[in-house]
Design a protein around this ligand. Structure first.
Ligand code: NAP
Ligand code: GDD
Length: 343
């Protein structure tokens, strides 16, 4: 029988990749999309506008801050699997809108789990929660499922509430509910305000002579960057596992923001070197001395997570998941895409 999956956050990076992945596997997709004043379906337009897929892709309007709407969508669609990917997902922005971030990211998760319970779908509907490496904050390195949590932003705190709610509903009501503790993952569909895409777009604009330089915040933060396409596969594997559990998904390697910048410039044949210190540090073209990167303190966070590097041994062993794209390939894929798009 055809399986039905409800994906919240369908218009986002991961939602769109997961939709492609599950449709390829023969799933019928129910996509929860919130109302916006302009088009926001760019990442799923290839499915949305494909008439042959009308039967297999059913969009619903919805918002994680609206319990009655969530209840109604789940009741009328009776999904076999729910992937909760919707969130105010920007860490820096969460300092500006902490209450909204908590409402959508923490209580939003509770609302879905409550709907499963109230509608008595515990035995039918499996639940995936988009948890995050941000919940670790600055603790030990590398981080695994056993690492203590020390969240450092309103976003991370909200996601930690969602993490424990998922665990609690699994234990209390026997719902097949899992947390995917995913480390940063990127690709050509990544939002333009996250550092990876901000860099690849800016470097592509410099290449096409549309800008002269760009500004960044903390150049020394380290992240474990993987590929979004690789990572959505792990979500499906978690719901296929024999028993529900929580898994770290990561590449195991971390790089600084500076290294990301260097790699992106390398793609267009420019070698970057760094000069100066703190807010006066600049990234210059080693050959010409032209300044391409400056620091703007407005991108600093009130509390920063300095290094995230994951240990995905459990997922490798139990789910047979492993990443297939390395750092260099990821930057190259994003650069190739942005150079074409900006041209
Ligand atoms: P994203 O590109 O920012 O997508 C977020 C999605 O959530 C968008 O579709 C957005 O809709 C939707 N959304 C936001 N607030 C909502 C609300 N109140 N009600 C309903 N929908 C709402 O994020 P992503 O990178 O795909 O990440 C997917 C999930 O994984 C998020 O929960 C994120 O926190 C988590 N995560 C991401 C990473 C990563 O590195 N990408 C790592 C760990 C965890 P609009 O299009 O209308 O804005
Ligand atoms: N966004 C941004 N913009 N970040 C910058 C900039 C800048 O101009 N300059 C430096 N950074 C640094 C940030 O301070 C952070 O240390 C690092 O680059 C990565 O920032 P983001 O790309 O915004 O991602 P994030 O790590 O904060 O959060 C992402 O990954 C999490 C998983 O670890 C998001 O996708 C979260 O939703 C996700 O949970």
């Amino acid at each position: 029988m055809t399986k039905k999956a409800l994906i919240t956050g369908i218009t986002g990076q991961d939602g769109s990749h997961l939709c492609d992945f599950l449709m390829e596997k023969g799933y019928k997709i129910i996509g929860l999309k919130r109302r916006s004043s302009s088009f926001n379906t760019k990442r799923i337009d290839h499915i949305y506008n494909d008439i042959s897929q009308t039967k297999n892709f059913i969009p619903y309007y919805g918002d994680l801050t609206d319990s009655s709407n969530i209840l109604r969508v789940i009741q009328s669609t009776q999904p076999d699997e729910i992937y909760n990917l919707a969130a105010q997902s920007h860490v820096h922005t969460s300092f500006e809108i902490p209450e909204y971030s908590a409402n959508a990211d923490a209580l939003g998760t509770l609302r879905i789990l409550e709907a499963i319970r109230v509608l008595k779908l515990q035995k039918k509907t499996k639940f995936y929660q988009a948890s995050t490496s941000e919940i670790f904050g600055n603790t030990e390195i590398p981080q695994s499922e056993k690492t203590p949590f020390r969240p450092r932003s309103p976003y991370a705190i909200a996601k930690l509430y969602a993490y424990w709610t998922t665990v609690n509903y699994r234990e209390a009501y026997k719902i097949f509910a899992v947390n995917g503790i995913l480390f940063n993952h990127e690709g050509p569909r990544r939002g333009e305000t996250f550092v990876s895409r901000k860099v690849t777009r800016a470097v592509a604009e410099i290449y096409h002579k549309k800008r002269k330089f760009f500004t960044l915040g903390n150049l020394n933060a380290k992240r474990d960057w993987g590929s979004a396409k690789d990572y959505v596969r792990s979500m499906w594997l978690m719901l296929k596992a024999k028993k529900p559990s929580d898994y770290v998904i990561a590449t195991g390697k971390s790089y600084t923001v500076k290294k990301f910048v260097e790699e992106a410039f390398k793609y267009i044949g420019v070698k970057i070197s760094w000069k100066g210190k703190g807010i006066n540090e600049v990234g210059i073209d080693k050959k010409t001395g032209h300044i391409y990167v400056k620091v703007d303190p407005k991108y600093f966070r009130p509390t920063e997570v300095f290094e995230l590097r994951g240990d995905a041994s459990k997922a490798k062993k139990e789910l047979k998941w492993k990443p297939s794209t390395n750092f260099k390939e990821l930057v190259a894929e994003m650069m190739e895409h942005d150079l074409n798009e900006i041209k």
